[in-house]
Design a protein around this ligand. Structure first.
Ligand SMILES: Cc1cc2nc3c(=O)[nH]c(=O)nc-3n(C[C@H](O)[C@H](O)[C@H](O)COP(=O)(O)OP(=O)(O)OC[C@H]3O[C@@H](n4cnc5c(N)ncnc54)[C@H](O)[C@@H]3O)c2cc1C
Length: 491
């Protein structure tokens, strides 16, 4: 790209890093001078749609990004207010004629971007919108007939074939921009990164720290130490078996191209069974692109079931059961321990997300959108595409290779994936003295044994809010007439 602009602004949003950053690379190639900016939206921050974990994570990431920019003799232009007004005013102050940013597939973000872009263009700025947060864009992995994939396995085949022909290595944005970043004097006054409590969010020491520096370390550690065993370990919440990179991919403190290329590089150096670990992890990154392209190509999923027939499902409404689920008081230890993990750390293991979502949608028969919203407000990695995809998968209302009725048995899941209860006990100290089957189903502990260890259901831990076998039958009865014979398949 030839140099076209004297000064450009890079409007950073969910790409809070200098490495492998598409908008930054494009701005650096097209401009003599680049100003990196982020706009805090006080209405959004205070409005109740964002949870403390993700706000804290983003603020950490902004501080890390600012330190990175300062180390290069520049700074972050941190603004607060209306996006179009703030960016327009910055453009005037630094004499910028172009604004570069990376697009998002979230419908509300797209509507906001349209408004901002129109205002910036009206004020004479050129706007360059690129794609950064996915490996392939939603229109780059279509079927031969031009339609989007709705089933993961063929999508993955297409994704891998495209990767053979058209790999997307990380972009060299840091090197390209290093000598072009505006000096602090040229940027002018900028505010400090606030603490989350300024907007009513309490930071917790249990939240993972944000920032590209932490992301790089997490990726190095995962690839060197854990990825080789990922295929086996990833299902066990008590084991450090996954990458914990989801909040970083969400905030863009690591680039998706970097993750893919580093995984392939590590895979090349691996032998035997370890190769499967890297392949399986790569598959998860493809799942991420899969749900992103579902959201982009079928934006109705943001508010409605993917499957039209599922709109006829009449979910129950039971505020007390919702509260018991949300607060980890269902009486099913694996469900409750998972919700405690979410409520204290903002993160939840993938196996547990599937278990609690299945319990919510099938055992309680509550509307998946309520559970999705609870996750959205409380997850540190809250991401509409993946969250919605996960919830609709659990509710059997979404895209699926085998759209049969699926009901997880929470007791079997618990025994299989937390066999010695290490995870459960780490989250629910009230169950510390329980072992064996009773740890997974405390209400089955014989009264004499319970008395001997000083444990009482109802006092030390709640009884089950539903009987799983009965709840399963109730779910089948609701789903069967709506979803057809598929609903009768036992899982
Ligand atoms: C009900 C439900 C809700 C979910 N909500 C979210 C969410 O809001 N944000 C989010 O990032 N993930 C979500 N997931 C997917 C998954 O649980 C998390 O990405 C994963 O647990 C993050 O941990 P990790 O980074 O250690 O993952 P790893 O196992 O190390 O996987 C690497 C990366 O692959 C991606 N990934 C893994 N599994 C999936 C998946 N099933 N769908 C899409 N991408 C995936 C993530 O970006 C993840 O960081 C949800 C899953 C379910 C079942």
């Amino acid at each position: 790209m030839a140099v076209k602009y004297r000064t450009s602004i890079v409007w950073l949003r969910r790409d809070l890093r200098l490495d492998d950053n598409v908008a930054l690379a494009r701005a650096a190639a097209a401009s003599e001078r680049v100003v990196c900016a982020f706009v805090l939206d006080p209405q959004l921050l205070r409005g109740g749609d964002l949870g403390a974990p993700i706000v804290s994570f983003f603020f950490d990431a902004l501080a890390d990004l600012r330190a990175d920019l300062r180390a290069l003799g520049s700074d972050l232009a941190l603004l607060e207010g209306d996006f179009a007004n703030e960016l327009g005013a910055l453009a005037k102050r630094v004499d910028a004629t172009a604004i570069f940013f990376a697009r998002d597939y979230v419908p509300s973000a797209q509507a906001r971007d349209e408004r901002v872009v129109a205002a910036l263009r009206a004020s004479g700025c050129v706007v360059d919108a690129s794609l950064d947060h996915v490996y392939y864009g939603a229109d780059e992995t279509l079927k031969a007939d031009g339609n989007p994939y709705t089933v993961f396995t063929p999508f993955k085949r297409r994704w891998l074939a495209r990767h053979d022909e058209d790999p997307r290595p990380p972009v060299a944005s840091r090197a390209a921009s290093a000598k072009k970043l505006a000096t602090p004097a040229a940027i002018g006054a900028t505010r400090d990164v606030p603490e989350p409590d300024v907007y009513g969010h309490a930071r917790s020491p249990h939240y993972a720290r944000g920032g590209a520096t932490h992301a790089r370390k997490a990726l190095d550690d995962f690839l060197a130490t854990h990825a080789g065993a990922y295929a086996d370990d990833r299902n066990f919440p008590a084991v450090h078996g996954t990458s914990y990179l989801s909040p970083h991919l969400r905030a863009g403190t690591i680039g998706i191209r970097t993750c893919v290329f580093r995984a392939l590089e590590a895979r090349d150096g691996a032998r035997g069974a370890r190769v499967t670990g890297y392949d399986t992890w790569l598959s998860e990154l493809v799942w991420r692109d899969f749900y992103q392209q579902i959201l982009a190509n079928f934006p109705h999923v943001a508010t409605e079931p993917f499957l039209a027939e599922a709109k006829r499902l009449e979910f129950r409404s039971a505020a007390d059961e919702f509260d018991a689920w949300a607060q980890g008081r269902t009486g099913y230890p694996i469900v409750d321990a998972a919700m405690v993990q979410l409520n204290t750390t903002g993160w939840m293991h993938n196996r547990l997300r599937m278990i609690v979502a299945s319990f919510f949608t099938k055992d309680l028969l509550l509307d998946y959108r309520l559970g999705e919203r609870y996750f959205d407000r409380n997850l540190i990695d809250s991401e509409l595409a993946a969250n919605n995809g996960g919830w609709q998968w659990s509710a059997s209302t979404g895209t699926d290779a085998a759209p049969y009725f699926r009901v997880f048995n929470p007791l079997l899941q618990s025994k299989k994936f937390d066999p010695d209860g290490r995870f459960i006990k780490s989250m629910l100290p009230a169950l510390a003295k329980l072992d064996g089957d009773a740890l997974h189903a405390p209400w089955t502990l014989p009264p004499l044994q319970a008395e001997a260890i000083g444990f009482r259901i109802g006092r030390d831990y709640p009884g089950p809010i539903v009987d799983h076998a009965t709840a399963r039958e109730r779910a089948l009865a609701l789903y069967a007439p709506v979803m057809g014979k598929a609903a009768r398949v036992k899982t």
